[in-house]
Design a protein around this ligand. Structure first.
Ligand SMILES: Cc1cc2nc3c(=O)[nH]c(=O)nc-3n(C[C@H](O)[C@H](O)[C@H](O)COP(=O)(O)O)c2cc1C
Length: 345
């Protein structure tokens, strides 16, 4: 049975061992209260999934400029830190481990979330389309950030990481995937800058490496999520691979907990001649988490084949809070349905 490998413990580094190789993928549920504080229902939701080897929380806003959806939780205020303490305590009591995913949406936002201000982005390039969960709003042209504003964002990520430590998280995941702010810097479609933050792979990834360096000083265990393929919220450019090659090679120098694939379906990509996870594994020598459409069978196979070290499961874990037990005992799984997003269970 290929999926037995999923139940072997995994030593993430010398200070942390995961009890199995199933990771809960970050999934925003937009169920925080109106001050962006996690509720007790959210604490119960995460605690019910504490038998996964590692939980990665939904994306947490690092500042008031980070929002792009209603009621997404945050980690910039002391009250939010208190709220997350209740979550981490419950998860730990149930024997789990939990990292906070820290996030800024960049241009994937709208003035309705920003007190009427324009969203911040590397360049003034609008995202086309309608803002989800609004009546009929279109995305607008964002404002290109000044160098000072970029430095402020780096310090907001750092502050969020310090808060994550205070809240009892075991580590943080820097969200540099799925077309949000840090990913916008890593792609030519959204980064048209000609200063030290754009124009070359080194400049385009400068903000990410600054964030990693500073965040690492606040909390020891730091993972990074990446989407080398522009599949969401931005368009592909042939030069993108030069940026992701550069980033992945240099990530080897930072003593990270892991690099995590940010994809909805981790399919074969002709331009990479591999799946995104296989491509990451080719260049990044530390722990790699596969994600995107995996079942216990295909996830187990990816581990056996050496494509990844851990596998993150998203939607099946929404549908099955008892996913780990069901897979272990080979019980049938409930199928995921978007209607399930209306409540936490
Ligand atoms: C409801 C929902 C919310 C998500 N929110 C996040 C998020 O907050 N951060 C993130 O990096 N990815 C997010 N994702 C992507 C998942 O982490 C994952 O990549 C995706 O669901 C594919 O994995 P799966 O096929 O196992 O579900 C979300 C996905 C879903 C379905």
């Amino acid at each position: 049975m290929t999926h037995n490998i999923l139940f072997e413990p995994y030593q993430l580094n010398q200070n942390m061992t995961l009890k199995n190789r199933i990771v809960m993928a970050p999934m925003n549920r937009s169920m925080a209260d109106d001050n962006f504080i996690p509720t007790s229902a959210m604490a119960d939701y995460y605690a019910r999934r504490a038998d996964t080897g590692l939980i990665i929380t939904e994306s947490l806003m690092i500042s008031t400029t980070a929002q792009g959806y209603p009621n997404t939780p945050a980690i910039y205020s002391p009250e939010q830190v208190e709220g997350w303490k209740a979550v981490t305590e419950k998860v730990h009591r149930n024997g789990g481990k939990i990292f906070a995913q820290i996030w800024h949406t960049g241009r994937v936002s709208h003035p309705i979330y920003l007190n009427g201000e324009k969203p911040l982005a590397p360049s003034a390039v609008p995202l086309k389309g309608r803002v989800p969960r609004t009546a009929d709003l279109q995305y607008e042209t964002p404002r290109a950030m000044t160098s000072e504003e970029i430095k402020k964002i780096i310090s907001d990520f750092t502050h969020a990481a310090a808060n994550a430590k205070k809240a009892g998280f075991d580590g943080v995941e820097i969200h540099a995937a799925n077309g949000y702010l840090l990913d916008q810097f890593l792609h030519w479609d959204t980064n048209r800058r000609t200063d030290q933050w754009g124009g070359t792979p080194e400049n385009m990834s400068r903000i990410l490496f600054e964030v990693i360096r500073k965040v690492k000083k606040e909390i020891g265990h730091v993972g990074v999520r990446l989407s080398p393929t522009a599949y969401l919220h931005l368009d592909h450019d042939e030069r993108d691979i030069q940026v992701s090659d550069y980033v992945l090679k240099h990530l080897n120098e930072y003593g990270l907990a892991y690099v995590h694939t940010g994809m909805f379906e981790d399919n074969y990509q002709p331009h990479l001649n591999a799946t995104v996870t296989q491509y990451i594994k080719r260049l990044y020598k530390g722990t790699v988490i596969a994600c995107g459409g995996y079942s216990a069978e295909t996830g187990g196979k990816a581990l056996i084949d050496g494509d990844a070290d851990l596998v993150a499961i998203g939607r099946p874990l929404i549908a099955n809070p008892d996913y780990v037990i069901k897979v272990r005992q080979q019980l049938p799984l409930v199928s995921y349905d978007v209607e399930m997003l209306n409540q936490l269970f």
